[in-house]
Structure formats: structure tokens, C-alpha cells
Design a protein around this ligand. Structure first.
Ligand SMILES: [Zn+2]
Length: 125
């Protein structure tokens, strides 16, 4: 691995680690919120509103857990030194793309090609 890539990965690693820490804190806070939210309402409308709020929190939490898992994959790949390389063509994936979706394994060209191939496949059916 060359120096430029190492430096680039160190920078990405600190950004992703920071993001991961923030996300775990949010998940933890949301969990507490659900546990503390177990009050019983006399008014059934209030109860319904509370239930809706709770299921939205759970939905949001699931999404955050997914993002967390993706960040874990990305951080593991940085450790292994395989982060940022396209699995399709071995070119490096752009920083902007990696930061938008840390778990991506394809560069924009390969992704576009894959999607248009999928489209062709779907059109045939
Ligand atoms: Zn590629």
C-alpha cells in the first residue's frame, strides 16, 4: 500500500469512527427512550399516539443499526487495507462516494454498469 492511500484511509477512518460513535450513542439513547416510555395512558388517543411514536423510534433504530453495521464493515476493511478499492475493476472508489456509502464495494462506473445490466434483465422478463 502506498503512503497516499494510507493517509487517505487514516482520514476516512477517523471520520467513520466518529460517525460510528455518534450513531451508537443515538441508538443507546433511543433504547432508553423506549424503555422509559412504558407509561399507561388513561386516554386511548394518547396511548395510540405513544404507540405510533414508539414504533417510529424502533424503525429509526433499525435503520441506524444497519448504518452501524455498514460502518463496521468499512472500518474492518480499512484495517485489512482493502478499503476503497472497487471489486469490479480494482480502481479506487472516490472519497465522496465512500463517505456517502462507506459499505460500497463498487466504483461509480461499475455500479452504473451493474444497474443498467439489471435494467436490461428486468426489461427482458
Ligand atoms: Zn470499478
Amino acid at each position: 500500500m502506498n503512503t497516499v492511500n494510507t493517509m487517505k484511509n487514516e482520514k476516512l477512518k477517523s471520520i467513520l469512527t466518529e460517525r460510528r460513535e455518534k450513531l451508537s450513542k443515538e441508538i443507546l439513547a433511543a433504547t432508553h427512550e423506549i424503555i422509559n416510555d412504558e407509561e399507561v395512558f388513561a386516554d386511548s388517543v394518547d396511548q395510540a399516539a405513544a404507540d405510533t411514536g414508539r414504533s417510529l423510534t424502533v424503525q429509526m433504530q433499525n435503520r441506524e443499526r444497519e448504518s452501524l453495521a455498514k460502518l463496521d464493515i468499512a472500518l474492518k476493511k480499512i484495517e485489512e487495507g482493502s478499503f476503497g478499492a472497487c471489486e469490479g475493476c480494482s480502481e479506487s472508489i472516490s472519497d465522496a462516494r465512500l463517505l456517502a456509502n462507506p459499505a460500497t464495494t463498487l466504483c461509480i462506473d461499475c455500479q452504473t454498469e451493474l444497474e443498467s445490466e439489471r435494467q436490461r434483465f428486468n426489461n427482458r422478463r
